[in-house]
Unconditional design. Structure first.
Length: 230
């Protein structure tokens, strides 16, 4: 993820969470080059890929804030705002007979169309990895994009030989199912962790250890094969 992606990322964020992160939280996170990894998932010609861009220049120390409260999951997406009037399609007036209308040429197959469909991040601190956020645009869910993001974040944690933790809202069954698939197990409850965020207040703490072991590599390979991205 790079600064240039933030407009779209924040748009997805607003569709996924009642209180999205402010831009400066993202900017601060992106400035922590060595301790963070933020990825975007793009749909290229309708096929998902994950990618992280080059890291931006470090920001001054006063901008380097602590890890923001990881974003919780919730199952309700905000109702998108109605489109502004200029986007509402009116029935076009019939054109006079002498006006030529040009039918746009169909795009050649080799032209790529790319859309950011999701994003995720992990913080590395003191030999531990902590997932800070994972979100997929509601329009693109259920197609393995969340799993691809998590796979990439898990591989990064595995390279650093860390354990991995995250918090997830107690009622977020979709995210919990996704995390269980990656071997994360519930290890505790944080009461009122999300109070004031508009989400179910209690968080479940999930954790995976030994992710550098061969057994865990086999789990990731299996998932990658299932996702057809091995
Ligand atoms: C959680 C989230 C990232 C999953 O993204 P996704 O792209 O739909 O996930 P995938 O398509 O990769 O699905 C992965 C697994 O999640 C689970 N899952 C996905 N949608 C689900 C649903 N509606 N109900 C139950 N389980 C679901 C399934 O186990 C699925 O595995 P399967 O494909 O073998 O069935 C997405 O729902 C989301 O952005 N939610 C809002 C933000 C959020 O809650 N983030 C997590 C913060 S802790």
């Amino acid at each position: 993820m790079r600064a240039m992606h933030l407009d779209r990322v924040m748009c997805i964020d607003a569709r996924c969470y009642p209180i999205p992160w402010a831009r400066d939280v993202y900017e601060s996170e992106l400035s922590l080059n060595d301790e963070r990894l933020y990825l975007i998932a793009r749909i290229v010609n309708n096929r998902a890929t994950t990618r992280h861009g080059r890291t931006p220049k470090p920001q001054p120390a006063h901008n380097q804030t602590k890890t923001p409260k990881p974003q919780p999951a919730h199952n309700q997406t905000k109702t998108p705002k109605p489109q502004p009037a200029h986007n509402q399609t009116k029935t076009p007036k019939p054109r006079p007979a002498h006006t030529l209308t040009m039918t746009p040429k169909p795009r050649p197959a080799h032209i790529l169309t790319m859309t950011i469909a999701g994003y995720g991040g992990v913080a590395f601190e003191e030999g531990k990895a902590h997932i800070t956020t994972v979100a997929v645009d509601p329009d693109h869910r259920g197609r393995g994009i969340g799993a691809q993001l998590l796979l990439a974040l898990m591989l990064a944690a595995r390279r650093r030989r860390t354990s991995l933790t995250l918090e997830v809202a107690s009622d977020n069954s979709a995210a919990q199912a996704l995390y269980r698939r990656f071997g994360l197990a519930p290890v505790g409850i944080r009461r009122d962790y999300y109070t004031g965020t508009g989400l179910s207040p209690d968080a479940i703490l999930m954790r995976a250890d030994e992710i550098h072991q061969p057994d865990y590599a086999n789990r990731l390979i299996k998932i990658a094969v299932e996702l057809d991205c091995a």
